[in-house]
Design a binder for this molecule. Structure first.
Ligand code: FES
Ligand SMILES: [Fe+2]
Length: 381
């Protein structure tokens, strides 16, 4: 894997527009570097803020291997904090719910919604409650999404996404209404799913019935990416029906295209006038990705039949991608695949920008480690 990574860096320096070598999708050492330099330093999307609209609403998830609670606290702020008891390490909560405190199922230590220890039975004087709380993660909300990071000194996410915000502002993504969330594990490398979602090249081939009539490949147009994101516009042919609903700010042109983008490293989103679909990804191995995905709608008052139709549509699209990506992973296990040329910018320029981002993360990580005295070269050999 080490030589693969170095090859990529060199190829990039030469400006080659190639897909990554197979080892980047199958190598354990690449995954280790991604944990450290991509996910460990980046912003990870955990879900939508209106999944937890009321004080005390929470859901549990993970950020890399860390179990976390995502909760709306007494001041109505979204908090992300460790889901591990400060006593002897029990996981505090599971699933989703509403509560006024978190009570450990092991010895009944209880915590307030802000993570402060409230009570430790039979331990008066043995633990200083005022100094004991669940560790909190740095959290930011953007576009109605909740992001958290494990980085000690993260870049400001909102500032980084300002150009994207301007690009899609008329859709009023933050005001869309949460419909449903799903959790799945797909048997492919996480990067394959990112690349697939931002690649307009496959739309007409993999989705001949579900998407080709609505967003055919030949009408895809990349928009300008930046350090923190990439994306493209999928224009609708004249034969496609009008989308109902949507914010009054939307122009006629905006009503006739979907905006698909990735907020690096691993949130992919499709925004249209009437609905948004999002998938937040985290690696669970070189060939396994946890997919937390959901739908949000501009209309808060859809009928049950309309909700069902939207869910069915996206389950159909995802099933088509899921099937192709599991076959792709098998192909990537071949020692004979070396990586081929990417399609022109409108179709796969986003993939190229994603690779630039990954390489930037690796280079930054390598130089930081070198400065701190540990050569990254030793980690990738
Ligand atoms: S581990 Fe939570 S109270 Fe003991
Ligand atoms: Fe697809």
């Amino acid at each position: 894997m080490s030589s693969d990574l170095l090859d990529i860096l060199q190829a990039r320096c030469l400006g080659n527009n190639q897909s990554l070598p197979a080892g980047c999708y199958t190598g354990e050492d690449m995954l280790k570097l991604e944990h450290e330099h991509v996910f460990g330093n980046g912003w990870v999307c955990l879900g939508r803020s209106d999944e937890i609209p009321q004080v005390g609403d929470f859901f549990t998830t993970t950020i890399l291997d860390e179990p976390v609670l995502v909760v709306r606290d007494e001041s109505a702020q979204v908090r992300v904090m460790s889901n591990v008891c400060r006593h002897r390490g029990m996981r505090l909560a599971s699933g989703v719910g509403n509560t006024n405190r978190f009570r450990c199922p092991y010895h009944a230590w209880t915590y307030n919604l802000d993570g402060q220890l409230r009570n430790a039975p039979l331990m008066a004087g043995a633990v200083n409650k005022s100094e004991c709380r669940l560790p909190a993660l740095t959290t930011q909300c953007w576009g109605g999404f909740i992001f958290a990071t494990l980085a000690a000194d993260p870049l400001d996410l909102e500032a980084q996404l300002e150009p994207l915000q301007q690009e899609i502002q008329n859709y009023h993504l933050a005001e869309m209404h949460h419909l449903q969330t799903f959790e799945e594990v797909w048997n492919c490398n996480w990067k394959c799913l990112v690349e697939n979602f931002i690649d307009g090249y496959h739309l007409s081939v993999v989705h001949p019935k579900s998407l080709k009539p609505l967003t055919p490949t030949n009408l895809c147009r990349k928009f300008a990416g930046d350090r923190a994101y990439t994306g493209y516009n999928a224009h609708y042919p004249d034969s496609a029906p009008e989308r109902r609903g949507g914010h009054p700010d939307l122009t006629a042109k905006e009503r006739r295209q979907s905006r698909l983008f990735c907020i690096f490293p691993a949130l992919v989103v499709s925004v249209a006038a009437d609905a948004t679909a999002w998938l937040s990804l985290q690696p669970r191995g070189v060939d396994k990705v946890a997919v937390r995905w959901g739908l949000a709608t501009s209309d808060s008052d859809l009928s049950d039949a309309e909700k069902r139709a939207l869910i069915d549509k996206w389950q159909e699209i995802n099933a088509e991608d899921h099937a192709i990506l599991e076959q792709l992973q098998q192909g990537l296990n071949s020692s004979m695949f070396q990586g081929g040329a990417l399609a022109p910018a409108n179709f796969e320029g986003t993939v190229s920008e994603f690779h630039d981002y990954l390489i930037g993360c690796m280079q930054t990580g390598i130089s930081q480690k070198s400065e701190s005295g540990t050569t990254q070269a030793s980690a990738i050999q």
